[in-house]
Design a protein around this ligand. Sequence first.
Ligand code: ADP
Length: 539
Amino acid sequence: MLGKMMHKQLTIGSLIEHAGRFHSSTTVTSVETSGETEHVTWGDIDANARKLAAALGRLGIVQSARCGTIAWNNRRHLEIYFGVSGGGYVCHTINPRLKPEQLIYIINHAEDQVLFIDTTFVPAVAQLRAQFTTVQHIVVMGSKDADIAAQIEGVLFYDDLLDAETADYDWPDLDENLPSSLCYTSGTTGNPKGVEYTHRTSVLHTIGGNQPDGLALRARDTVLAVVPMFHVNAWGTPYMTAAVGAKLVLPGPHLDGASLAKLIDAEKVTVALGVPTIWMGLLQGLEETGCTAESLERTIVGGSALPTVMIPTFRDKYGVDLVHAWGMTETSPIGTLNQLLQKHNELDAEAQAKLREGQGRPMYGIDLRIVDDGGAILPHDGETQGNLQICGHWVIDSYFRAGETALTEDGWFDTGDVATIDGDGYMIIRDRSKDIIKSGGEWISTVELEDIAMSHPDVAQAAAIAAKHPKWDERPVVIAVKRSADVTEADLLAHYQGKVASWQIPDRVVFVESLPLGGTGKVQKNTLRERYEGILLDS
Ligand code: ADP
């Protein structure tokens, strides 16, 4: 080599350092658990994150030790993201809606040394604490409180810890291959599995996931992260907004449509990110509150399939562009995002909207393929369905403490999703392999049946499941929530006529008050299956 370029480590500390140096006066808005709204700046976040890193060192926490969080999206949680990872520890975000036995499992499996908790979770943690085998310090995210101190012996208070430090802590120059954060999958079957990201994979995801045809967040945006910070690092938004210096809005515990609508108007949010159920709620919230969401330009929707009727509703009523994205905990999470190509410029609005209903294309850094059950690679023709596999710079190799690789022999990760990919690389998720309905040897997509149900004006939400059938093994049953009391089972079944092949029309529709949602806002189909899979046998 005749010349040489610098070699800098790709670290989380470098992201917050940039935000602190070049965007220090940009606002971070945080709705606190108390209900108050706090306005701070990236400069404040950087200073506090440094103090936190110093405080963890003072507590004697060793490099790469896991520090758990059970918390909403708020300012202190953001500081913990950067202070813990930037300081060389591992930020382990925990879904607070897990069952107690799963919480205990995850905390012990991760060997968390420190546990940061929002005040909301003080009673639960006080009760479970004796079963945490490795936790040395519980830190309540707030100022000193005698009531809380009486509930958890030896508890520390976040604000006290920071008050004892100064912000002149220098971010260590960590090896980029060290772990930075840890997330567990929701574990709908069996125990949850941990995915440990490194500084390098997180920074590459930050840069790669935020390309112009990716999330495309920029300094002029005001970004509302509705997706929880305990769900795959809020899809990377804390890191991306720090990297570009966007204004970040953290909504706290109340994610109902009315609260979000008011927050969007008050903070002039331009981009918001969350799962479809959140946006269904927002549409209702906008109507209830009379908020206009005037500032909102686009929402990034992922985590489960986007009901296609939402695209024109948001576009025509509120001028909001819905951008569909797909990913998973194992992929940090951004795998694909749906944006158009140059050759689509000439298409009319309807044809463009149609193309954007799917989950989109991989960006630089990610590769996709589909294979059959024997592992043979299938064509990208937009028709052939196969098991979706992925590889790339921010994709898992092995689960936390699993010892063995999770990849195929040739280095791909099998997503558990069934998809088609067309000649331009547009991917459509047809189903999760464990949800898909196998009727008489033929596959029926639950995603498609749900989308049709939700296109009925009187249906608010729907989930399709496989019910056991004496002749066909499995047949589709739709569990739905009414928007209007008038709609009947026969109406909804009639709505399927001509939209799918006649043998794909559901056997039954059951109306319920609400669908069971998991902690991340996704419909829990396993719960529905347990309840309704025998419904066709009984009759
Ligand atoms: P879990 O749902 O198990 O908690 P993840 O949050 O990692 O885990 O979810 C990943 C899964 O969510 C994907 O494998 C896929 O089945 C589903 N998913 C994510 N985004 C979409 C989308 N846009 N459309 C359909 N399914 C999606």
